[in-house]
Design a protein around this ligand. Structure first.
Ligand SMILES: C[S@@+](CC[C@H](N)C(=O)[O-])C[C@H]1O[C@@H](n2cnc3c(N)ncnc32)[C@H](O)[C@@H]1O
Length: 283
């Protein structure tokens, strides 16, 4: 039984909470941190509390987003993958996965997935206008059902490798392990995952608690994890592509990019392939 099936009303409850403007919402909070305007007073107030507790959080959010751009560009250009599923895509931002991917391959296809009804409305309006993008409102904890979703399967072919983008989303999931295992089993050969997650290494306990407490009031709780706990979610069955798993700002940085602000914590992640699931592998 998957994590969602154990809580059948989780999806409906998340949808209702996401529509309440008085409850800080993680998608709208991310939008505010990244400089967007699709947020309410409750989201902005929560972010200001967050920035008091962790002034470096905005830089970390930008680091994760910039990693997403470099990882997707790399996956298209160097791995030749042209199908993406963006788990927990969030509200449309400046550079969305289909825009990044289609710069490298204009035929690239992207399915955006989020369990937030409001993200779904924005996504359908802004992202899903073309024949090469789709928006699916679904809880990623229900991953086996998601991978068989009719709309998703209408755009994404299991005859070719798929890249799953999981940036800054497993942070809000209590048990990401089963989702990652399901991707290992369920994706076609030669598929990859682009992954990022805030690591609390380097923070005093009170500082980490301050971050978590802000999200305790939001529609999705943040899970505080160290880099080694995050790496362990991949259980040794995934291989991290060069330059490996680590702070995302160090993942193939663009030479000559402006210097970033120093931060007390980082998002960690990278691009991983499921071991033993390559076409030339041991299947
Ligand atoms: C912090 S935002 C990150 C957005 C985007 N991935 C990025 O990198 O900027 C987290 C997103 O994950 C979504 N999310 C959280 N839990 C989810 C779940 N169980 N299923 C689907 N989406 C989820 C939230 O609604 C939100 O839009």
């Amino acid at each position: 039984m998957n994590a969602l099936a154990a809580h059948p009303s989780a999806s409906a409850a998340a949808e209702i909470r996401s529509l309440d403007p008085l409850i800080p919402n993680v998608a709208r909070m991310a939008n505010y941190l990244l400089g967007g305007r699709d947020n309410f007073a409750a989201d902005r107030d929560a972010c200001e509390d967050l920035l008091k507790a962790a002034p470096w959080m905005r830089q970390v959010a930008c680091d994760s987003r910039a990693f997403q751009v470099r990882a997707v560009s790399h996956i298209v250009a160097e791995l030749g993958i042209s199908q993406f599923i963006d788990f927990g895509c969030g509200l449309p931002a400046q550079d969305n996965v289909h825009q990044i991917a289609q710069r490298g391959n204009p035929t690239a296809r992207v399915v955006y997935v989020d369990n937030d009804a409001v993200v779904g409305v924005h996504g359908r309006a802004l992202l899903a206008r073309t024949a090469t993008t789709e928006m699916v409102v679904h809880d990623v904890r229900d991953v086996d059902v998601l991978l068989n979703d009719e709309k998703l399967r209408g755009l994404i072919s299991w005859d070719r490798p798929i890249a799953v983008v999981m940036t800054w989303v497993m942070d809000y999931i209590r048990e990401p392990g089963p989702i990652i295992d399901a991707l290992w089993r369920g994706l076609p050969p030669d598929s990859v995952v682009a992954f990022s997650h805030l690591a609390i290494d380097g923070l005093e306990t009170a500082e980490a608690e301050g971050v978590v407490q802000v999200y305790d009031e939001a529609d999705a709780k943040m899970q505080a994890r160290s880099a080694s706990e995050i790496l362990a979610l991949f259980g040794g069955t995934w291989e991290w592509q060069e330059p490996g798993f680590g702070p995302v700002q160090d993942w193939k940085p663009i030479p000559g990019a402006p210097p970033r602000e120093e931060t007390r914590a980082s998002c960690v992640g990278g691009v991983a392939i499921p071991l033993g699931r390559q076409r030339q592998g041991t299947e």
